[in-house]
Design a protein around this ligand. Structure first.
Ligand SMILES: [Zn+2]
Length: 600
């Protein structure tokens, strides 16, 4: 019988110590000495993370004899030349509760393949079998993953999901994360395709039926958007199901996209319970996150920049186009809450206004374009510090405003005949639909203006030169006006008047970041300064700073005492007229029949 060419067997073997044990069997190792590597980063999260640093022990053997294995770089090992099969056993420490790596304890295990599966150099295209084994001493655990079962394999018949799985190659193997434990689960069909939702964590009375129904509407709206004729779900090229795996914590938020699943993190309070059926902004945020990650199933998991087709998992993959892949996705995530009927137009405009305010607040937007921010994601956006608001622009938030502006510009120029939707669908047809079936081809760095022209007839070259490759603010007030939406600015409530972001903890108030050119900056205050007194009065939190400053007028001078490290310093604040930095969007009363921005 022909055995597997590459077989991984994984078992959570020390739950209290947070360890996963993996055994890798290579039938035909490289006769020159097999090289093995763990990825340096995980696609979707653009930071070198050096997952190999969590490999605690590693050994190799061939035909009962030990084989020497040597580290040859940050992520790589080389085995001594030997005959096959070569068996490599290693232990990975897994104690990072995030969507990006691996986590195991007595309640569950979650892992991404990039944290646990060594790549076999030279055999990246060989199909990979994966045997998932249940940990000893726990009962009732089940496995949840979009990785297909190895249907024809004798060890398939997965019991509660434990058993044999099969990936067509290494790239696929590491793109199907796995959750195991005793989670809350529910499944539903959207456009005839199976979807599973898995929630890990303590979540009393979670209203699974309501969540599944709302998420189903998002999924159907997005599938019908990209495939209006066939209503074919995008992930069927890789799996017979899509899996949402959510880790629920006290204050988590985040997500990571995969080809047929997503790993999410959210706050317990954002999920509806059967006891309190109301939704609220937290639930809207959760649905927005679901919508965002699901949209990535098309945009970035199949429609990709050329730099990601294929990924190089051992170094930074630079592209100037993350504003298309993250920015456009951020624009459509909220828009699909509206299109699926989960929020109304007022709520949508509130969410868009919040993004506009966020972008406007940072002077970094005048120093960096979203194209530059995309390129520098690895060393700047993912390595933020206290000065980031003054130095960087987010390709997520400003990228979503570029998408909104572009959508409006196309609609206005074509009298509603075309929109950004046409651009997305053209990108899907040309690059995405057959990505995993054909030779993978991505979008070249300079291709966007031509794609937009082809899809809509709109010449976007100048628009993109100014707002995506240049640093100008997207003129949204002007672009929204023909759609009957008025953009205005007001002074935010609870503004401290310091032009700084404050942080309160344990009875002290400190400065998290100082906005360039503002009151705190002009006075000499810095990030990290801890307030002792404002106008001679002790302050303990942000509220007390606001209350004292609110008793003064613009133009007044107020003495502030702070600790900078352990030194007491005194500064003089000269208060200013508060700036109108909060955006408001309102439909003009006489245009109630017009369509909302981007809706259609
Ligand atoms: Zn994203």
């Amino acid at each position: 019988m022909k055995s597997e060419s590459i077989l991984y067997a994984l078992v959570p073997h020390d739950l209290a110590g947070h360890r996963l044990r993996i055994s890798l069997t290579i039938t035909n190792p490289d006769p020159q000495g097999q090289v093995l590597s763990l990825p340096a980063w995980i696609p979707g999260s653009y930071l070198i993370r050096d997952f190999a640093r969590q490999v605690e022990t590693i050994s190799a053997r061939s035909q009962e004899a030990e084989v020497e294995i040597q580290k040859i770089g940050n992520h790589s090992w080389r085995c001594a030349p030997c005959a096959g099969p070569l068996v490599v056993e290693y232990v990975v420490y897994a104690w990072d509760l995030s969507v990006r790596s691996a986590h195991v304890d007595e309640t569950h295990a979650f892992f991404n393949g990039t944290s646990v599966f060594l790549a076999v150099h030279g055999q990246e295209d060989v199909p990979c079998h994966l045997l998932l084994e249940a940990p000893e001493g726990v009962a009732g655990w089940t496995v949840h993953t979009s990785l297909p079962e190895a249907k024809s394999h004798p060890q398939c018949a997965p019991r509660n999901g434990f058993g044999m799985y099969l990936a067509p190659n290494y790239d696929a193997l590491v793109d199907h994360p796995v959750e195991m434990g005793t989670p809350h689960t529910i499944s539903f069909e959207a456009c005839g395709a199976r979807h599973e939702m898995v929630f890990t964590g303590v979540i009393p009375n979670i209203d699974l039926e309501r969540i599944a129904e709302d998420v189903r509407r998002i999924c159907e709206a997005q599938i019908e958007f990209f495939e209006p004729v066939t209503r074919a779900a995008p992930f069927l090229d890789s799996s017979d199901r899509y899996v949402f795996m959510t880790m629920v914590t006290g204050d988590g938020y985040g997500g990571l996209e995969h080809r047929a699943s997503t790993a999410l993190m959210c706050s317990r309070g954002d999920l509806p319970s059967r006891a309190s059926p109301q939704g609220g902004e937290g639930y809207e945020n959760f649905l927005g996150l679901v919508s965002h990650e699901y949209f990535h199933t098309w945009n970035v998991k199949r429609i990709k920049p050329a730099a990601f087709a294929p990924y190089d998992l051992y170094r930074e993959n630079h592209t100037e186009l993350l504003w298309v892949f993250e920015g456009f996705t951020s624009y459509y995530d909220d828009l699909f809450l509206l299109r699926a009927g989960l929020i109304d137009e007022n709520a949508y405009l509130r969410r868009l206004a919040r993004t506009i305010s966020m972008v406007q607040r940072g002077s970094g937007r005048l120093k960096q374009s979203v194209a530059e921010s995309s390129f520098d994601a690895w060393t700047r956006f993912y390595k933020q510090d206290e000065n980031s608001p003054n130095a960087l622009v987010s390709y997520y938030t400003k990228g979503s405003l570029v998408a909104a502006g572009l959508d409006l510009a196309i609609r206005n120029a074509t009298y509603g005949a075309h929109s950004l939707d046409d651009v997305m669908r053209l990108m899907w047809e040309r690059y995405g639909r057959d990505f995993y079936r054909d030779m993978p081809v991505g979008i070249e760095e300079t291709a966007m203006p031509e794609l937009i022209r082809e899809a809509t007839g709109f010449d976007a070259a100048e628009f993109l030169a100014r707002y995506a490759y240049g640093r100008e603010d997207v003129p949204l007030a002007e672009l929204l006006e023909p759609q009957g939406i008025k953009l205005s600015w007001k002074v935010p409530k609870n503004d401290s008047g310091l032009d700084a972001r404050l942080r309160s903890a344990n009875g002290t108030c400190s400065i998290a970041s100082v906005h360039e050119g503002g009151v705190a900056h002009r006075a000499g205050l810095s990030a990290g300064d801890v307030f002792v007194a404002v106008a001679g009065l002790r302050v303990q939190d942000e509220k007390s700073v606001q209350a004292i400053l609110a008793r003064h007028h613009p133009g007044d001078t107020v003495v502030v005492h702070v600790f900078r490290r352990d030194e007491l310093r005194q500064f003089e604040l000269v208060l200013a007229e508060p700036a109108a930095t909060e955006c408001e969007l309102q439909r003009e009363p006489d245009t109630s029949t017009a369509t909302e921005p981007g809706h259609g």
